[in-house]
Write a protein that binds this ligand. Structure first.
Ligand SMILES: C[S@@+](CC[C@H](N)C(=O)[O-])C[C@H]1O[C@@H](n2cnc3c(N)ncnc32)[C@H](O)[C@@H]1O
Length: 211
């Protein structure tokens, strides 16, 4: 595992994620993240769980499996879960493109700010669909490419190579909504939104899809 993964985990935890404890009064947390995660039910798999920024927002009674590719991130994740007194969760180091679970193992899969970074979106989405039970729900919140021909779109494409290098493989230019629509889910609901953030990471999609 590269030193870059360790540095990214430390930077993310220290500067970007409110050390895994988002402020419940923050508008993005209150109006976007919290209502999405409130829909999680039953056996929940969160891919790319990072340092645990979503943990405080899950409803009571869910059984959490928290997965991340980065072992250094998993250390912060364990710390956050322990500080919050969460019990009965599983921590798994694996990649979203190759999930170590049987078909139909989960009622809900969650991805927030992860599909920007996975190596293969079609691969990760096929795995998400496979591990959901028929009728299970995929919940997602992702930053995406701005509409083509906008100034932001051009800037996103210009700085994407540098952004990927410093951002642990994060892409600014992905049409993640199209990838989700193409992945074979039913009842795909995608809400585009602009969040209060620098323009290059402001365009987001929020939604759900049924396996
Ligand atoms: C920007 S962080 C988001 C963390 C968390 N989901 C949140 O919203 O606070 C992206 C996370 O996805 C993880 N990640 C990136 N590619 C991955 C992959 N292919 N499989 C699993 N996790 C991955 C990274 O290690 C990182 O922890």
């Amino acid at each position: 595992m590269s030193p870059g993964k360790r540095l990214f985990a430390w930077m993310y935890h220290t500067f970007l994620s409110d050390t895994g404890r988002p402020n419940p009064e923050d508008a993005f947390t209150r109006e976007v993240r919290a209502p999405l995660l409130a829909q999680a039910r039953g056996k929940v798999l969160e891919i790319g769980a990072g340092d645990g920024g979503n943990l405080s927002l899950y409803p009571n009674g869910v059984h959490l499996t928290l997965l991340d590719i980065n072992p250094y991130m998993l250390r912060y994740l364990r710390e956050t879960a322990e500080q919050m007194g969460i019990e009965g969760y599983r921590l798994i180091q694996a990649r979203a493109e190759r999930l170590p679970f049987s078909d139909g193992a989960f009622d809900t899969v969650v991805s927030t700010h992860v599909l920007c970074s996975v190596e293969s979106q079609p691969g990760a989405l096929a795995e998400i669909r496979r591990v959901l039970r028929p009728g299970g729900r995929f919940l997602f919140l992702e930053h995406v490419a701005a509409p083509p021909a906008t100034f932001t779109y051009r800037v996103q494409h210009l700085i994407n190579p540098a952004w990927r290098a410093v951002g642990d493989g994060c892409h600014l230019t992905r049409n993640t909504g199209d990838a989700i629509r193409a992945a074979g889910f039913h009842e795909v609901e995608i809400i585009p939104l602009s969040v209060e953030a620098p323009a290059i990471v402001s365009p987001h999609i929020l939604g759900s899809a049924i396996a």
